[in-house]
Design a protein around this ligand. Sequence first.
Ligand code: ATP
Ligand code: MG
Length: 603
Amino acid sequence: MRASRMNLATLREDPAEAEIASHRLLTRAGYIHKSGAGLYLYQPLLKRVIDKIARIVAEEISRAGGLEVTMPIMQEEALWQKSGRWSQYQASRTMLTVKDRNGQQFGLAPTAEEVVTDYATAVVKSYKQLPACFFQQHTKFRDEIRPRFGLMRVKEFIMMDAYSFHASDDCLGKTYEAMRIAYLRTFNRMGLTAFAVEADSGAIGGSGSHEFMVAADIGEDAIIYNPTTGYAANVERAAGVIPKAPTWTAPATATSVLTPQAGSIADVMAFLNANGFTGVQAAHGLKCVLFVVTVATNKGERQIKTAAFVRGDRDVNEVKLGNAVARGARGSQLDLRPMHPDEVRAATGAEPGFAGPGEGLTVDFCFIDPSLKDVGPLVAGANKTDHHLVGLVIERDVDAKKFRWEDIVRIKAGDLDPAGGLLAERRGIEVGHIFKLGTKYSTAMKAEFLGPDQKLHPFIMGCYGIGTSRVAAAAVEQHNDADGIRWPMSIAPYQVVIVSAGKPGDTAIDQAAEQLYNELLSAGVEVVIDDRDTKPGVKFKDWDLVGIPLRVVAGRGIAEGKFEFKVRGGEAKDIAIADAATHVVSEIRKHLAALNAAADAVK
Ligand code: ATP
Ligand code: MG
């Protein structure tokens, strides 16, 4: 490609709204053009990157047994009614909907379990055809609450979504493992360092799932991990043990104490310390957070008033809590929100800030985190304005029928891993997710196959997603420097750029550059020649920003039979004109071979 025809438009300034490197650099280098909020046009450079990523993904998923298809983006409401997810996705407002001229309603694919399950029922009839796995790389729509960070979180994006069908759990387990390997191979081939973490299954559902994370400080996900055992989980799911709080001298029985206007834990503890209860601290508090959780059950929607108790110095994990409520109500969660002040007054008979587990609390579900088991006396709200119970012992003072022990706490760095050692926390970008779905969709949609026993059985399913377009942004997060992007060879829009750096009219230089360009094209190299009528310094800056891995400069050295050759971020060196094409080709091969070797090393 000729740079003079590429309509390159690099920006010197960072776009005002860009908070992270990938958003900044992809905009400045001319990869993305903002078309609306959370909507991007993929410019020619990005189109090439995305196609390369998609190709690697397709090769690896095919290698794991996937067959590529294309499913419609418009999905009939009726299909989603069958799985029971229409109301769930309407409630969360994740799914965008459209109506056709007849008034029929469609969802715009946020994911495609319903469509593919319907398809599998039509084409897979017998256990002899199993396992089967279909995948696509197609546009997905999600009406995100807060689209941000450029390509990271958008309303419209490209996702690889694969779906597998099995006759046994054992067979699903094998495909799940093959997909885990395929994902790691995929990311390694792209020069991305990604790792698997245990994850919550969210609205997709099923019995287990792993997310694939790219470590990055700006990542939206918090990951809890044990550096010694290798345990890693999304904080939404992470389990751990909270170190015990120091002891304090509490009253022998739960005593109601007037704590005027002390609604927050910090205020209460400060007040108590100043009023004869020395040594009591936030960790001795029983924090109560009140929620309204909407759950879809087979008897219809239910609004469930829920009290969540965690230790005073800790936070409620709303994902764990939502799951606990849904399990308890035998339904699926539609919504979870904190109670409004009026609802708190109705549930506790007190102003907000004084809720406790004892008399006066009227909720549907009450969960207490097991970190509060056998910990001795606590300070809790008395369900009476301006009053706290000091010295409450849950096992002694709270009716066991009124609550359930349930892991609902947010784990953090410094907590203990039950398997030994301390947990740590880091941030990551989720680039992929794999799920064991079991029979959730096949049972609901009556998707069955004929087994060896001549009876019908529901498919056992798995599903697997990679954020093809998000991967491009994640790669930039991992590969950039002060000058711009540093694409790994396998996903760079072009492999090499030839910069013609002669004075205007220096035909020897131009001719040498043109000749190498033609040689490289003939060798199948993805090459750009910068033939623009621009100063060499400007050209160099542009290509560093764009991030082309290799650069050949045709300049003064041509008179002595030499090009200058440089790997992005490395040292420049001279190469003989006669060897230049061979040198470039072997350099590209070397880079690709290293990435492939990393893929082959995956275990
Ligand atoms: P997140 O937690 O980031 O919202 P998710 O868990 O909803 O993602 P999945 O349903 O697991 O996402 O989708 C599979 C993959 O699609 C994700 O791993 C991610 O890489 C990508 N993805 C999801 N939502 C978006 C989005 N709004 N913009 C770009 N990529 C996305
Ligand atoms: Mg996910």
